[in-house]
Design a protein around this ligand. Sequence first.
Ligand code: 3PG
Length: 398
Amino acid sequence: LDDLLSDGVRGRRVLVRADLNVPLDGTTITDDGRVRASLPTLKALTEAGARVVVAAHLGRPKGEHDARYSLGPVAARLGELLGAPVTLASDVVGSSARTTVGAQDEGSVVLLENVRFDPRETSKDGAERGELADELAALVGRDGAFVSDGFGVVHRKQASVYDVAHRLPRYAGRLVLAEVEVLRTLTGDPKRPYVVVLGGAKVSDKLGVIANLLTKVDRLLIGGGMAYTFLKAKGYEVGKSLLQSDQLDQVAGFLAEAEKRGVELVLPVDVLAATEFAADAPHEVVAVDAIPADRQGLDIGPDTRKLFADKLADAATVFWNGPMGVFEFAAFAGGTRAVAEAILASPAFSVVGGGDSAAAVRALGLPEDRFSHISTGGGASLEFLEGKDLPGVTVLES
Ligand code: 3PG
């Protein structure tokens, strides 16, 4: 972005791909972290007098206009945070987009409507995506530029992330640069002990990253719903807890690999076992070898919290992705809070992977600014740590 700013952007149209994919309750944004994370790039451009055109997605609409996925609430919030009105075009590259962008003043922001309302955005056919990319590039004209700042979506080979970058002078925005720099410290030569805490519901979402982390980390602590598949693979009965039976062989392989490599793979020793999946479900602390057949584990127990805190106490580098329990229910938020507090109490350079763990940090009122970095990317940060090429990043380097 500094290169673009030093070239001078006053009056030029700049297309910014941002990740403004925020959780909504109706039209209320329940966590505006991604909107706030987009501000440094947008402010730098508007203050320099650019005409900023933002492309972003919300959710996974089916390639057609769908009011439930409108970026309307996001445009309003972005305007409040920027302290300047943000005009929402009612389409992606249609007449509304062209007229609104055409009438734009210097230093103003136009947000295009959800780019996934156009089926070409996510098409597997490069030629189709290319057509949309041509139309996006045409919006900012011959003098335009493209700034990639939607870190949360750089793992997607999509028209507004990847293809458009081939059609305009391309630059990394502040957020993408910061995220990539931090995550590279983890994939490069992290200070040791390097401890990773993984949680969340499904182990199947994390297979690639676990395989890669086992070659890097000193300790891998596993909590959340995914822990039960590990416990089952070790021979424990997990009652009605979340279990991915089809992943048991894979997980057994991870356990063997960790042992072979001398990686400490640490699992819960006790859990809060509840009668049902509900905020007010009766529950009790049970050891992992005594989970009743009719109960489900909804959080890690007190001994596990202490064990995980001990394993984090001397960490020099920590990456944390995924809650330890159903933190949305107050009764089952204690494990996630305890792990977050243990990370903050350690001297570690601490990185929180996006998605649910970032949302948990904010929902639990934890001091965000005391983590070294909170990634805005869920899937993107995991794929980065997995060692995969991220199309939206490699296109900037080519
Ligand atoms: C995310 O929420 O992880 C990003 O915005 C990407 O969204 P997607 O998984 O729908 O591509």
